[in-house]
Design a binder for this molecule. Structure first.
Ligand code: MV4
Length: 668
């Protein structure tokens, strides 16, 4: 076994590889772009080397730079992970030429599987079942037209060099074939630089079932059963599971044998995945072979108890496979959900931003979290916006689904929009739970899986107000303790008024709606007057910052995260964002509030939102003052730097007191 490994990747897969490499006693060498200098994979590795600016084309895809780091760091082997250069035959070849062990398949195998047509030709020769079709070299219209008639309709026109469904066109009758071929040819040429096409009979409702295979350099090969990856959106996998629902022992044996035939036919070594289309009649057809470790490999690991990255390292070191086929069996059921920073309600638009709050449920033998990020990291535009893979295991599928739903409810993310609620809706959908799904599942059930955003519930509104009230009490308590005059009325927060019912008004914006909630102080807590209900509630913020409440007799705990005027309220399975209105800014005009860095009247500092030396954009909230029972936000007058904050939360300030010094950017 080699002693050192360079991981030519980032994010969760880099962290995952480092974990197994370290467990196997290897020195781990990470590479990182400028944008990743503080990332989790850098922190986990024994050493880390900068390879260039954020764009992948200027860093993670630079073969020469990676080989240079390998040489400088003394790395003996390189693991490409997935994506980036994982299936780049030139990279594998360059590693070998540099005397490095490439943790992956032989160059010839990568090249052979790189073209769909070539792969299908090889598989056809090997007797692996293919969808009836045409994948020949002759590409003239006449040949393709007559092949189409031979195949029958509906048929699919695919780009041979294509992937992920790009360039696929369904043709339902002969009159459409010419247009479809010419269109597909143009798209293939522009998208892949290769206009070769193949034709196949179109399967209306296929499932995507893939077989994990593994071969060593000594002629041994095994399969580690199947994964069902049919729940996809625009050819991006959403959920994957193992074993496949409804799979019979006979079909599993047939598919496993076909996958091993494919593997041995191309002299494969290492981890690979043979993808099949499974038709409704139980027939299966070779789709493609992936010459890398897949994102979804953890579900296979959970049902077999194997560490596939450890297998990769051992096989790359020339060792035999750790297991024979007879040693492998399926135990239980595993499901993986891919948590992404994207907004399903905006057609899954990536959501870029700062992970201000990130909390996962605790891992255990039933729950595994593979992630490349930590609270405080940025989700950047440069890379795949994956936040984590959440993998559950249990004795059977329904128990695993129950665990998945519960685990997703406990995922807390503030700072970016995520697909967590969408994943939960899939995991709760009756058809998915019944195992009735195929590659069209998401489109078929879109309305139920991606409901329109709902207004804040009464509970959410009460939780938001309670958080603000209790936080203010805590600040006031802290100020009183620190004050030379602990009994000054400025530290009282009981809503005291002369001859009046003690109450306070909160103004929120929820989506497009403005809401006002009046909170009446009561001996046992508070009475909340909501737009459509009155609720009694009280609570406390515990040491870890969680809000523990009783609302009309029901106990409920929540995480409420505040960022300036934005409040995110997270409870089991729900997350909602409210914007706290600043009536003072409205009353006095925002311009004045933005321009002034002094206290507009005597009051109390209730929040300091930027640290000394912090750079901010114009309008960013800097300090929140409380005066006349109202909140006033002091915001950045321009882009610039807060050079000195004069006060901490709880401090009392006089009218006109300078609150901070601010250095505007040049040109402002
Ligand atoms: C097909 C097919 C139906 N009939 N081939 C999509 C991308 C590539 N992996 C192959 N794909 C398909 N090929 C025939 N002859 C349907 C798909 C397909 C699909 C396959 C697997 C997983 C998700 C999919 C989503 C849409 C279409």
């Amino acid at each position: 076994m080699f002693d050192s490994l360079l991981i030519a990747n980032r994010g969760e897969i880099a962290c995952r590889i480092i974990r197994s490499a370290r467990q196997n006693g290897l020195r781990t060498i990470a590479v990182y772009s400028d944008a990743d200098c503080n990332s989790r994979h850098v922190a986990l590795a024994d050493e880390a080397w900068n390879i260039g600016p954020a764009p992948a084309a200027e860093s993670y895809l630079l073969i020469d730079r990676l080989l240079q780091v390998a040489q400088q760091s003394g790395a003996e082997a390189i693991h490409p992970g997935y994506g980036f250069l994982a299936e780049n035959a030139d990279f594998a070849e360059a590693c070998a030429a540099a005397g490095l062990i490439f943790v992956g398949p032989p160059v010839a195998a990568i090249r052979a599987m790189g073209s769909k047509s070539a792969a299908k030709e090889i598989m056809q020769q090997a007797g692996v079942p293919l969808v009836p079709g045409y994948h020949g070299e002759a590409q003239d219209l006449e040949t393709l037209r007559s092949a189409a008639v031979e195949i029958g309709f509906p048929l699919l026109v695919k780009a041979s060099a294509g992937g992920g469904g790009k360039g696929m066109r369904v043709v339902r009758d002969a009159t459409e074939i010419d247009t479809a071929i010419e269109g597909a040819r143009r798209e293939a040429a522009s998208s892949f630089g290769n206009d070769q096409l193949l034709l196949e009979r179109y399967l209306e409702q296929p499932r995507h079932v893939e077989i994990q295979v593994f071969a060593d350099s000594l002629g041994n090969a095994v399969h580690l059963f199947e994964r069902d990856c049919s729940v996809q959106r625009r050819h991006q996998k959403v959920l994957e599971e193992a074993p496949a629902p409804g799979m019979t022992a006979e079909l599993r044996q047939k598919m496993g044998t076909a996958a091993l035939t494919a593997t041995q036919t191309i002299g494969y070594v290492g981890a690979g995945t043979v993808e099949f289309l499974l038709d409704t009649d139980g027939a299966f057809y070779f789709m493609e072979m992936n010459t890398r470790l897949q994102v979804e490999h953890p579900v296979t690991e959970m049902i077999t108890g194997q560490d596939l990255v450890a297998w990769q390292l051992q096989v790359a070191a020339g060792q035999p496979l750790p297991c024979a086929q007879k040693d492998l069996s399926i135990r239980g059921h595993a499901i993986e959900a891919r948590i992404y920073a994207e907004d399903p309600t905006r057609d899954f638009l990536p959501s870029i931003g700062h992970l201000q709050h990130l909390n996962f449920p605790d891992e255990n033998t039933h729950l595994r979290i593979d992630t490349g990020v930590r609270q405080g990291d940025e989700v950047s535009i440069h890379y795949d916006p994956m936040i984590a893979k959440l993998i559950v295991w249990d004795e059977d599928r329904s128990a695993a689904l129950r665990r998945l739903r519960r685990a997703l409810e406990q995922v807390e993310v503030v700072g970016v929009t995520t697909n967590v609620n969408f994943l939960g809706a899939v995991a709760a959908h009756p058809e998915f739970n019944a195992g009735n799904f195929d590659t069209g599942f998401i489109e078929q059930h879109r309305d139920l899986l991606i409901p329109a955003p709902a207004p804040a519930s009464d509970q959410t509104l009460v939780l938001a107000c309670l958080h603000l009230l209790l936080s203010r009490d805590a600040d006031a308590q802290q100020a009183a303790t620190a004050s030379t005059d602990p009994f000054t009325p400025w530290h009282q927060t009981g809503g005291w008024r002369l001859n009046g019912d003690n109450h306070h008004c909160f103004n929120f914006t929820d989506g497009e709606s403005d809401l006002q909630i009046t909170v009446h102080y009561r001996p046992q807590g508070y009475l909340f007057e909501l737009p459509s209900a009155k609720l009694n509630a009280n609570g406390q913020i515990n040491a870890s910052g969680r809000l523990l409440t009783t609302i009309d007799g029901q106990q409920l705990n929540a995480q409420v995260i505040r960022c300036g005027m934005e409040l995110s309220i997270l409870t089991a399975g729900t997350s909602h964002k409210l914007t706290l209105h600043d009536p003072y800014a409205d009353a006095f005009g925002h311009e004045e509030a933005v321009g002034s860095l002094t206290a507009p009247m005597p009051g109390k500092v209730i929040a300091v939102l930027v640290e000394n030396g912090g750079w901010v954009k114009r309008g960013t909230p800097l300090v929140i003052l409380e005066a006349m029972k109202m909140e006033h936000t002091i915001a950045a007058p321009t882009d610039g730097t807060v050079t000195q904050m004069y006060y901490k939360a709880g401090a009392l300030v006089d009218d006109g007191a300078p609150l901070l010094t601010f250095e505007a950017d040049e040109g402002n």
